[in-house]
Design a protein around this ligand. Structure first.
Ligand code: SF4
Ligand code: SF4
Length: 159
């Protein structure tokens, strides 16, 4: 059975930084069309990004388990935005301030077992309101971590 989004709206609710009808959506600023469990304009939602975007959990060939739906696992995983030495990289974005320990542990175990590099984000400050600038961590082969660190220092985009 193909997986279905609803009632997940994690990518609509600002956890993923997107632009919808020229309106920026980012942590603390959800899409105005999201009810938090559905889309008010589902039948006429924009092509880009709404109809085109597929997170790694929703992908037909997902490597993520059933209970990794982003609203449940509290992380949106992107599996097709970055490759490193021919290998797909998982990019995990928190649904909230931080990716829960259980979810992050699973992603790290998968990375170790399959040699699949991982980049994950977290809100840097626990006290302040949500920020568009998020802390970035790289996990996986030492050479991958070193390259990501060098990119961070030089201001080069990681994905
Ligand atoms: S985060 Fe994934 S499962 Fe959730 S609404 Fe977006 S595409 Fe669907
Ligand atoms: S328009 Fe609908 S599908 Fe698109 S981001 Fe907003 S709530 Fe989500």
């Amino acid at each position: 059975m193909p997986r279905l989004c609803q009632p997940c709206t994690a990518c609509c609710d600002g956890w993923l930084q997107i632009t919808v009808d020229d309106q920026p959506v980012y942590p603390g600023r959800p899409c105005p069309h999201s009810t938090g469990h559905s889309c008010r304009i589902f039948e006429r939602r924009p092509e880009d990004p709404c109809r085109q975007f597929v997170c790694a959990w929703l992908s037909p060939h997902s490597h993520l388990p059933e209970d990794f739906r982003p609203d449940l696992a509290r992380a949106i995983v992107l599996a097709d935005v970055r490759r490193w030495q021919g290998q797909a990289v998982d990019v995990a974005v928190p649904v909230g301030r931080r990716i829960p320990g259980k979810t992050l542990a699973w992603l790290k175990d998968y990375s170790r077992l399959h040699g699949r590099p991982l980049i994950y984000l977290e809100q840097a400050d626990k006290q302040m309101k949500y920020s568009r600038e998020q802390g970035v961590q790289a996990f996986g082969p030492p050479a991958f971590q070193a390259e990501m660190l060098a990119r961070l220092k030089s201001g080069t985009k990681l994905w």
